[in-house]
Structure formats: C-alpha cells, structure tokens
Design a protein around this ligand. Sequence first.
Ligand code: NAP
Length: 247
Amino acid sequence: MGMLEGKVALITGAATGIGAACARALAREGAQVACTSLPTDPIAEVVASIQAEGGQAIGVPLDVTNATQAAEVVDRIAGELGGIHILLNNAGITDDGLFLRMKPEAWRRVLAVNLDGVFHVTQPVVRHMVKQREGRIINISSVVGLMGNPGQANYAASKAALIGLTKTLARELGGRNILVNAVAPGFIQTPMTDKLSPEQRQALVANLAVPRLGTPEDIAAVVLFLASPAASYVTGEVINVSGGLYM
Ligand code: NAP
C-alpha cells in the first residue's frame, strides 16, 4: 500500500517537466492525481503513462490565470474525486530581459501566471481543505527568488513572493492541519531550461557543488516527502533543491 493511498492531489502545469514528474511520483504512492494543464498541452500522455503503471490520474484543462475557471475546476475535482488533500502549485513561466529594457507586458505576464495563478487556485482549494481539516500545499518557487538573477527581475519577484505567501499560509492554516511549504529548485533539465545555450549550461554547472543540472525526479522526491506522513511537522519551510547552487 502506497503512503498516499486515499489522497487526492491537484497539480498545475502537469503536462511537462517538474509537474509531470511529480504527478508520476505521487501516483506511484497511491494518490489519485488531477493533472491540470493549459488546454494546448499534451496532458493525455502523462495521464496515460500513470495509468499504464497502474496509477489513478485524470487530465483537466486549466489556465491558472483564469480565476473563474480555477474555482470551477477545483470544485469539480473535489466533488468528483472526494476532496483535495494535496495541492502542488507548479505552473510557471519565464519572460527574461534586463530590468531597464523589460516591457510592462513581460512583467505582468510572469506575475499573472506565477503569482496570481497561485492565488486563483489556492483560495478555492483551501476552502475544501479547511472543511476536510487536512491538507498539504506545496509551492514551486525557485532559488532565483532567494538569490536574484540578472535578467529575471519579473521571475525572481514572483518566486520570492511565493515564499512570503507560503510562510503566511503556513501560519494561518497550521491550526486546521494544513501544512504549507515551498520547494526552490536550482537549474533543472526541463523545457524551461532547454532554451539555454551549451555555453550558458556549462557556466551554470561550473557554479554547482554537485556538477550537473537537476532532474525533474530530483524535485519530485522532495515534493513527495512534503506530501507524505513523514513531513507532518514540517510547515513554512523552503527546501532548496539546487545541487548547492544556493546554500
Ligand atoms: P515547464 O516544463 O515549462 O513547466 C511549466 C508548466 O506550466 C508547463 O507545462 C506550462 O505549459 C505550464 N503553464 C504555463 N502557463 C500556464 C498557465 N497559464 N496555466 C497553467 N499552466 C501553465 O518547466 P518546469 O521547469 O517543469 O517548471 C515547473 C515549475 O518549476 C515552474 O514554476 C518553474 O518556475 C519552476 N522552476 C523551474 C526551474 C528549472 O530549472 N526548470 C528552476 C526553478 C523553478 P506550456 O508548456 O504550455 O507553457
């Protein structure tokens, strides 16, 4: 029997990269996983791969920038699957550029997905978790939110904001048996970092204590821990998973 048997997990941006790896990891431990993604994303492949391993998953279209859609999707998933016990706020984008040249649209687009999107999904989920008197919320931040990164003012601001949100929700909701934590990945091999040139990649690896890019599975292992009974006294934490990029 898996350690998440009987639990329902909702993951945003679950079609690719870290979200897809987390969906697989939670399903392997017995969770029913609602894999949400933009309607254009190949979510059916992730759902099929989970089902092929004997896991339980459904694919649900969800653009996290749409508050109305987010509330509807959350209520539908909770109704159909019997609650939501684990929320993984994973959907995120970059739109890089030096601050002096950054267009307001690039600023707003990144904040709309990475921060507003988390608000839109988390508030309706928390309503269910409060009634259940049980919940785990895991926000995917970034080491960039802790250490800054030239060319990523919008992204760093959004990821730092998630850390403030994580700690505040941990304080507000701990008494209701809802634990809230963040994971701050370093540089992980996903579609988001596929954009890096070989030279940029080499320069990055040179700064790491563990000299390789991380894998989505490296992040999924820590997300699984935070979702599991083993983490029942852990809340308000930010766990860096960065191969020593930030320590
Ligand atoms: P990814 O494969 O690009 O995953 C992000 C997912 O979010 C994609 O499936 C993307 O869909 C989806 N998404 C974008 N806009 C959305 C929206 N409005 N509504 C719902 N979903 C949306 O990259 P990843 O590396 O796995 O990123 C996952 C999370 O980890 C992100 O929050 C990212 O900031 C964070 N992170 C990544 C790294 C890294 O090095 N890779 C480091 C630190 C933190 P599309 O593909 O259609 O855009």
